[in-house]
Design a protein around this ligand. Structure first.
Ligand SMILES: NC(=O)c1ccc[n+]([C@@H]2O[C@H](COP(=O)([O-])OP(=O)(O)OC[C@H]3O[C@@H](n4cnc5c(N)ncnc54)[C@H](O)[C@@H]3O)[C@@H](O)[C@H]2O)c1
Length: 267
């Protein structure tokens, strides 16, 4: 059901790869709520993913952008404003990739060149995006910028490896740049800390299925789904959350506040 919460708003959604992607659901919900969007992903993901399907379903255009490239980001922002007919009201950064996790390196034996790449893709890209957007003045007043993160930034989840540090960096960029955006034109910047979700990035983490079940049992409301996350994103892009900024917002069915849940022991 649509309340047209985003009627008249324009935005960019990064990171929809396939129908499991959290960003895929966010794009669907944003358009259902009246927004006009452009979709973007890395060139390699456009070759292997299914983004064109989503684009034709939503009547949205796709613009290739490696989020680590300042040149690509500039091109994406310029083209999006041309296509959408004006400045932007919201941006979703939904990007994560760890080279060491992909290559199954143990945390005590990481390759630090790969770690730099992981940080660049998963966290520094968020700063790059905000810096290019800030210089180009692409955001309307009271706009909203969001990135997706995970609780491993605060607590230890051994198999999450160097992604934990990536997320800590990402969340810190949201706080630090959130200050500058608020002063510039009242734009808010937040991160959503999402439950484990069955996606390509999620399933790349060792033992993910068991961990997904554990988190589901530990959380009194169960794991938040990608659709739930998309609805939360819509609320944070809407005018009902204008004064929320520089926050890491837990979206996890209560997981982060639990100490022990008897349901886990019963299992
Ligand atoms: N799945 C989970 O359990 C979970 C939990 C909490 C947070 N998150 C976060 O949610 C976000 C989305 O992940 P997802 O779970 O939907 O998985 P996903 O694999 O569907 O999405 C990750 C996206 O990052 C994109 N990407 C990688 N390198 C890129 C680059 N250089 N430039 C542009 N895009 C690039 C990929 O192409 C892909 O579309 C990530 O930040 C992830 O860490 C996921």
């Amino acid at each position: 059901m649509s309340n047209q919460l985003l009627a008249g708003k324009r935005g960019i959604i990064f990171g929809a790869l396939d129908p499991q992607s959290i960003a895929w659901k966010v794009a669907e919900h944003c358009v259902e709520q009246g927004a006009k969007i452009t979709l973007t992903n890395a060139p390699v993901a456009l070759r292997f993913g299914q983004l064109d399907e989503l684009a034709s379903q939503l009547g949205a255009e796709v613009i290739a952008c490696d989020a680590t490239s300042l040149e690509d980001l500039e091109n994406l922002l310029d083209k999006s404003m041309d296509i959408l007919g004006g400045k932007l009201d919201f941006i979703l950064h939904s990007i994560g990739m760890s080279v060491n996790v992909r290559k199954k390196k143990e945390y005590t034996d990481l390759n630090h060149d790969w770690m730099q790449k992981t940080f660049d893709v998963s966290a520094i890209s968020f700063h790059k995006l905000m810096q290019v957007a800030h210089k180009k003045e692409v955001m309307n007043e009271w706009g909203s910028i969001l990135a997706l993160t995970y609780i491993a930034a605060q607590r230890t989840f051994p198999d999450y490896s160097e992604m934990a540090e990536s997320k800590a960096l990402l969340e810190s960029f949201a706080r630090s740049f959130g200050y500058h955006w608020a002063l510039k034109n009242k734009v808010r910047v937040n991160t959503i800390s999402q439950s484990p979700t069955m996606t390509t990035a999620g399933k790349g983490v060792k033992g993910f299925t068991d961990f997904f079940d554990y988190a589901d049992k530990m959380s009194p409301l169960g794991n938040a789904s990608a659709d739930d996350c998309a609805r939360y994103c819509v609320s944070l892009f809407s005018d009902f959350t204008r004064m929320v900024t520089m926050q890491n917002l837990m979206h996890d069915g209560g997981f982060s506040s639990m100490g022990m849940n008897p349901a886990v022991l019963e299992r």
